[in-house]
Write a protein that binds this ligand. Structure first.
Ligand code: SF4
Ligand code: SF4
Length: 425
């Protein structure tokens, strides 16, 4: 739906001027009630944290744990990776850029002796000028750090334009690497602007065996229809669920990330009760989509792994879960940038990639992960510096979800500028 024709919020209080974010927070949290939830609405508590669901990763035929280990945030130590394996996790996702390669190193160190029992994905962000030889060098670096002869899946990482998918160099490189036995399958990952367009292109042109894409309850129109009975915040495009269904139907394995919608885990902590916790509720939502083979979660500690695994094998979203998710959306809807949305594209005459900039803000402000934010921001071809002196912010009304883009992009530029200064001493 075009944002200009989208139905406006019709609650008189917002029209009367109450700050939209405050209104959403108050109404959403209030709707959760103060007396907790009915015990019969609680999900069952598994006896021990362990993987209880394995799914098939599309045409690769690989069976992977429904909750899997991502490594963008790094690990406390290599023991965390081993712990994941011992708890039944069989799918490990990493990239050469994560923690400057140290995430790959820890995975290699922890799992070398059980390599044949695992599925390992690694990824590389390629540059426009890269030739196949440069790509092969990147792959070989990953193999060295992972202490293995091959990765099961090798992905073109953080794809945000179709040109990257059209690269003959990438195709030649992956064909050669397959012949040499260094990779078994290929894929792409994406979480920024043009995500749907890129996924459609890759699937329609049969370029990938597996995809890794951002996906959570906040980016799924079905969530709003089913649990809020409202279209006020509905993603105005149902592109993401559609494209995941298409991928699944064509035998492309679907793995998903950014499943916690910004992962502000403390926001819902006062409302959690027993087995009804926000992270588990978000996970059950993701797993309720049968097109998804695995949720890839960055988990730095053993405790986090144990918490998340309590949702494994469970794809039923219960009333207690729905209350937590609804409250979370109410609290965060106007600062969270949807991953599959490109509605603000073109609103900045200076070409600031708003969705990509705001993703790095999420890393810094919501995840509290300055290193990830810094490396993501540094990798942008164009960053948010122009926002610091922008006299005519034409992006101001570009977001149908009410995000105050100029404020948020300026804040991101300021954060990164200060981080750069303190790094230089
Ligand atoms: S800022 Fe708003 S319009 Fe732009 S990508 Fe994010 S959610 Fe979409
Ligand atoms: S504040 Fe100005 S420079 Fe920044 S994204 Fe908006 S229009 Fe572009």
């Amino acid at each position: 739906m075009d944002r200009r024709t989208r139905p406006p919020t019709n609650d008189a209080r917002t029209r009367a001027g109450m700050d939209r974010r405050t209104f959403l927070q108050r109404s959403g949290i209030a709707a959760m009630g103060v007396a907790g939830v009915d015990a019969s609405a609680l999900p069952p508590e598994p006896a021990e944290p362990h993987v209880r669901g394995y799914r098939t990763l599309g045409r690769t035929g690989l069976r992977v744990s429904d909750i899997s280990l991502g490594s963008g945030g790094g690990f406390e130590n290599a023991g965390v990776v081993r712990h994941a394996y011992e708890r039944g996790i069989t799918y490990f996702d990493t990239a050469e850029s994560y923690r400057g390669g140290s995430s790959e190193t820890m995975i290699g160190e922890a799992l070398r002796d059980v390599r044949d029992k695992l599925t390992i994905t690694s990824k590389v962000v390629t540059r426009a000028k890269w030739k196949r030889g440069r790509m092969m060098k990147a792959l070989e670096g990953s193999l060295r750090r992972l202490r293995t002869d091959y990765v099961d899946i090798y992905m073109s990482h953080a794809v945000n334009n179709v040109a990257r998918l059209q690269s003959d160099e990438w195709r030649e490189f992956t064909a050669l690497a397959k012949r040499q036995g260094k990779i078994r399958f290929t894929g792409m990952s994406g979480h920024g602007g043009h995500l749907i367009e890129c996924l459609d292109y890759a699937i329609d042109h049969d370029l990938v065996d597996v995809v890794l894409t951002a996906y959570n309850f906040g980016s799924d129109p079905a969530f709003y229809e089913r649990f809020t009975k409202s279209f006020d915040f509905v993603a105005n495009q149902d592109g993401l669920p559609r494209v995941l269904a298409k991928a699944h139907a064509k035998g492309v394995g679907v793995t998903v990330m950014k499943t916690l919608m910004g992962a502000r885990l403390n926001d819902m902590a006062p409302y959690e009760w027993g087995s009804a916790t926000f992270p588990r509720a978000a996970m059950r939502w993701v797993l309720s989509n049968q097109n998804v083979a695995a949720a890839v979660l960055s988990m730095k500690t053993k405790a986090r792994i144990d918490e998340m695994l309590r949702a494994s094998g469970d794809s039923e979203v219960r009333p207690a879960d729905a209350r937590l998710l609804r409250g979370y959306v109410a609290a965060n809807s106007t600062t969270y940038c949807r991953n599959a949305c490109s509605d603000c594209t073109g609103s900045c005459p200076l070409g600031v990639p708003i969705a990509d900039v705001l993703r790095t803000r999420m890393y810094e402000v919501d995840y509290g992960d300055s290193q990830l934010a810094r490396s993501g921001y540094a990798a942008l071809d164009t960053n948010a510096s122009p926002c610091l002196s922008c006299a005519n912010p034409t992006c101001i009304d570009a977001c149908p979800y009410g995000l105050e883009i100029p404020t948020l992009t300026r804040q991101t530029a300021q954060l990164q500028r200060s981080a750069g200064r303190s790094q230089r001493g």
